[in-house]
Design a protein around this ligand. Sequence first.
Ligand code: NI
Length: 177
Amino acid sequence: MALLDIHLLGSAPLRARSGEVATVDDAIRQFIDDLFETMDAAEGVGLAANQVGVTQRVAVVGVEDDRFAMINPVITSVEGRVRAEEGCLSIPGIYGEVTRPERIVLEALDRDGQPYRRELEGYVARAVQHEVDHLDGVIFLDHLSLLKRELLLRRWKKDHRGEPLIRKVSPEGGKKR
Ligand code: NI
């Protein structure tokens, strides 16, 4: 297993639409293991391939004991609306209130390439939507009002001017999401 470097806002893959995975092979399984390890070290609740510079439709989520990989995930239905604060490992220090569907149905392939379908609600449903967004080059700030988004983007640029767009994750974690 290996820790992957996390791309920060401003790095091109974060704004790319990832391509479908054609075959779930050992390389994809290794990549999933690396995503989990990196997510845990960075103390996140989800991590998408785009965030480590890989434009393939693979992401992992880990909310409490509910940990799962998603390959080619599709949200096939949504219900309700709920507002809650989100952050992102690729935009550390920036948080915003995002309104999203409360309940979703997720269809994806698992680590073995087997299709699964899950009905999710609450925080884990939010994490899944946030990660699927990443695979489409969408970040949580895109869901905010123009005014709020511009404010947070200005703050981000001011705080990170001249800094590298890729950050190393240390094995002991300790970074906020
Ligand atoms: Ni994120």
